[in-house]
Write a protein that binds this ligand. Structure first.
Ligand SMILES: Cc1ncc(COP(=O)(O)O)c(C=O)c1O
Length: 442
C-alpha cells in the first residue's frame, strides 16, 4: 500500500491494527447496540475502534485479543499507581469486607482530608466530591458566592471537565457560566483582560500545565502574574491541579511557591478510584460549615464513599509519599528529556512537551507555549503515532499524551524509546514534511 501521505500511512496502520485485533473489533461493534458508538467516554474513542481491555498488571494492560501493552495512557494521570498496587488493593479488600455504604462520616475521609491539607499548604480545608469536573464546578460556584460576582476568566484550550471545555469553536455541552477567554501563557494580554473585567470577575481558573490543550507548562511569569492581578482586582485564583497535583511533592503550586485561593483535585488522590476535592483558604471553606447558621448545603451521596476515601488515604500516606513524589519527578523528567535527546539525534521535528510524568509528543522542533503553536501537520501526525505505538505494544493517548506510572522501570522506558525509533525510521519523510499534504483534521 502507498504510504506516501499521512492519510494513506494511517489507513495502512489501521488495516494492520484491524487484522491484529478481531476480538476488540467485534466487541466494539456489539457494544453499539446499547452505548452510542459503543462508547460512554468520548476521549476513549479512536478510529477504527478502541481496544477492549480485560486486565491490568503493574504498568501493563492486557486486551481481549490477549496482547500485553505498556500502559502510557495511565488513565489520563489517575493511573499513577499502576494496576495492581498491593498496598492499595489489600486496603480495599479490608474495606469491602466491612460495608461500603455507611451513610455517615467515616475515619477514611478524615484521614485523607488531613493528608491532602498537610501536603498542599494553600489548602487549609477541603471538601470531597465525585470527580474533577464536580470539584471545578464547586470551586467556581463558591467563588461566585464569596465575591458576589459572576464572571470567570479561563483559557483557550483549557479543560476543566466535560462541561467546561474551551477548544476552538467552543462546546455545546458547557455549563452556562459567563467565561472570558485569554491565551495561555500570554502574560500581557491576560493581564489586560483581567484589568478590563476586574470588578466583575469572580475568579480566574487555570491549569498550571494546560493538559488536554497540549501539556503546555505555564511559565512562572504568567502564573505569578495571575496571582498578583487576581489579588489586585479582588477575584479568586483557582488552580486546577486535578492532573498536576501529582507533580513533585505538592503539585505545581509547591514547585513555584504560588498560593492560590482555591485548588481543585481529583484523579490520583483516590488511589485509582473515583473522587474529587476542592479546598483552599479556611475563610472561604467556612461557608460550608454545617454547624454555622445559613451555611451552604453542599451535597453528594458518594462524596465520602468508603472505597475511594480508604484507597486514597493509604495511597497518599504509604505509597505516594512526598519523598516518592520527588523521586518520581526526577526519574520521569530524566526520561522525558532523554526522549527529546533521541528526537534531536534522529533530526526529526518531535518534542515531548510537559513536565515530569505528564507530557505530549508534538511534531515540532521547539517547545509548545500556547495552543496555536501546535501545527495542523502535528495534529494530523498524532493519530499515526498513536496507531504505530499501539501496534508495537505501547499504549499512548490518541492526541499524543503519555502519563507515566509508578511501577514503570528503566526497561519499560527503553521499550518506549525503541518503539519511537521504529516509528521515526518508518515514517521519517512524512515527519519531516518532505512528502504528502496535510489532511484536514478537525
Ligand atoms: C485539568 C483537569 N481538570 C478537570 C478534569 C475533570 O476531571 P474528571 O474527569 O474526574 O471529572 C480533568 C480530567 O481530565 C482535567 O484534566
Amino acid at each position: 500500500m502507498n504510504t506516501n501521505t499521512i492519510t494513506s500511512a494511517l489507513e495502512d496502520a489501521r488495516q494492520r491494527y484491524c487484522a491484529a485485533n478481531p476480538l476488540s473489533m467485534a466487541a466494539d461493534k456489539a457494544a453499539e447496540k446499547y452505548l452510542p458508538g459503543g462508547n460512554t467516554r468520548t476521549v476513549l474513542h479512536y478510529d477504527p475502534f478502541p481496544l477492549t481491555m480485560t486486565a491490568g498488571d503493574g504498568a501493563e494492560l492486557i486486551d481481549l485479543d490477549g496482547h500485553r501493552y505498556l500502559d502510557c495512557v495511565g488513565e489520563f494521570s489517575a493511573g499513577l499507581f499502576g494496576h495492581s498496587n498491593r498496598i492499595i488493593t489489600s486496603r480495599l479488600h479490608e474495606v469491602l469486607d466491612n460495608g461500603v455504604a455507611m451513610g455517615a462520616p467515616t475515619v477514611y475521609e478524615r484521614e485523607l482530608a488531613g493528608l491532602l491539607c498537610e501536603r498542599f499548604p494553600s489548602i487549609e480545608q477541603l471538601r470531597f466530591c465525585n470527580s474533577g469536573t464536580e470539584s471545578n464546578i464547586m470551586a467556581l460556584s463558591i467563588a461566585r458566592v464569596t465575591t458576589g460576582r459572576s464572571k470567570f476568566l479561563a483559557f483557550h484550550g483549557a479543560y476543566h471537565g466535560g462541561v467546561m471545555i474551551f477548544p476552538p469553536g467552543g462546546s455545546a455541552l458547557n455549563i452556562p457560566f459567563d467565561f472570558v477567554l485569554a491565551d495561555y501563557n500570554d502574560t500581557e494580554g491576560t493581564a489586560q483582560l483581567i484589568r478590563e473585567h476586574g470588578d466583575e470577575l469572580a475568579a480566574v481558573i487555570v491549569e498550571p500545565i494546560l493538559g488536554a490543550g497540549g501539556n503546555i507548562p505555564g511559565s512562572r511569569e504568567f502564573l505569578e502574574m495571575l496571582r498578583r492581578l487576581t489579588r489586585e482586582v479582588g477575584a479568586l485564583l483557582i488552580f486546577d491541579e486535578v492532573k498536576t497535583a501529582r507533580i513533585g511533592k505538592a503539585g505545581i503550586q509547591g514547585l513555584l511557591d504560588i498560593d492560590p485561593d482555591l485548588t481543585t483535585l481529583g484523579k490520583f488522590i483516590g488511589g485509582g478510584l473515583p473522587t474529587g476535592a476542592f479546598g483552599g483558604k479556611a475563610e472561604i471553606m467556612a461557608n460550608f460549615n454545617p454547624k454555622q447558621k445559613d451555611s451552604l448545603k453542599h451535597a453528594g451521596t458518594f462524596n465520602n464513599n468508603v472505597c475511594s476515601m480508604a484507597a486514597g488515604s493509604i495511597a497518599m500516606s504509604e505509597v505516594y509519599t512526598q519523598q516518592r513524589a520527588e523521586a518520581f519527578l526526577a526519574s520521569s523528567e530524566a526520561f522525558r528529556i532523554s526522549l527529546n535527546e533521541l528526537f534531536a539525534e534522529k533530526a526529526v521535528p518531535m518534542y515531548c512537551n510537559g513536565f515530569g510524568s505528564i507530557f505530549a509528543i508534538h511534531f515540532t522542533h521547539r517547545p509548545i507555549q500556547t495552543t496555536t503553536d501546535i501545527s495542523p501537520r502535528s495534529r494530523a501526525l498524532s493519530p499515526l503515532l498513536h496507531m504505530e505505538m499501539l501496534l508495537q505494544g505501547i499504549l499512548i493517548c490518541n492526541r499524543g499524551d503519555l502519563f507515566l506510572s509508578l511501577p514503570m522501570t528503566e526497561a519499560h522506558y527503553s521499550r518506549v524509546r525503541v518503539a519511537l525509533e521504529a516509528f521515526i525510521d518508518r515514517h521519517k519523510p512524512l515527519i519531516l514534511g518532505e512528502i504528502g499534504p496535510v489532511p484536514d483534521v478537525a
